[in-house]
Design a protein around this ligand. Structure first.
Ligand code: C5J
Length: 223
């Protein structure tokens, strides 16, 4: 029988069954989180993202212990960049472009060191890793099929960055009928004002995209 757990959340409590809920870790990659990576090369302070690591480790351990589906994503491209639209490749004038050699290998290219997930949150055997060319986890990936095959209806969303890949994924998920709980201390932005507004946008208007909660509230519900 479905097990209804309830987490204190905004704008109102979030009900979920761990059997039909997936923990999603979005793009916790070296290129975004480590000094000297792509994010840092764009002038960003990686400390704004690194504060998510400790709470996310606790959430990941609890979800694994509860037997929940855990899915990791990585943003990146094929070595020949055939899956990277020119609009993404050429936008702005970054000091390092996607595919350029960086301190951790070619920037955002699959198979390179910088593209991989940080050691602290590394996937274990059996946890799917979805490689995505876009910001959203559903676009041009197997993510939707994988969730459907596991009977997942609700997503606990974590990762980086709040206003880019987390938001895009939550918006895509909403249009596909998923309930989304975003853990506010497990998502991060290089921009504090985007972090605050990004979280408010999710829970505004009666939870237009879903719910937000501190990770301790989710962990209390799961315990
Ligand atoms: C960005 C991401 N911000 N994972 N990627 O370019 O949010």
């Amino acid at each position: 029988a479905p097990r209804a757990l309830v987490a204190e959340a905004a704008p109102y409590p979030f009900s979920f069954d761990p059997a039909s809920t997936a923990l999603v870790l979005i793009d916790m990659q070296r290129d975004f989180l480590e000094p000297g990576g792509f994010g840092a090369s764009l002038g960003n302070d990686v400390a704004e993202l690194r504060r998510t690591i400790a709470p996310l480790r606790r959430v990941l351990a609890a979800c694994r212990a509860a037997g929940m589906t855990v899915v990791h994503t990585r943003e990146g491209h094929l070595p020949d960049l055939s899956d990277c639209p020119p609009s993404k490749l050429l936008r702005g004038s970054p000091s390092l472009r996607i595919g350029d050699p960086g301190p951790k290998g070619r920037i955002l290219i699959r198979g390179e060191e910088g593209h991989d997930i940080i050691e602290e949150l590394y996937p274990v055997a059996g946890e799917p890793v979805v490689d995505k060319p876009g910001k959203g986890a559903f676009h041009a990936t197997e993510f939707g099929d994988l969730l459907a095959a596991r009977g997942v209806r609700s997503l606990v969303v974590t990762g980086v960055t709040t206003e880019v890949c987390v938001h895009t994924t939550v918006r895509e998920a909403n249009d596909r009928g998923y309930e989304c709980l975003v853990l506010s201390d497990c998502v991060g932005s290089y921009f504090p004002e985007f972090q605050r507004a990004g979280l408010e946008m999710i829970r505004a208007q009666g939870g237009i995209f879903g719910w937000t909660a501190e990770s301790v509230a989710f962990l209390d519900a799961l315990a």
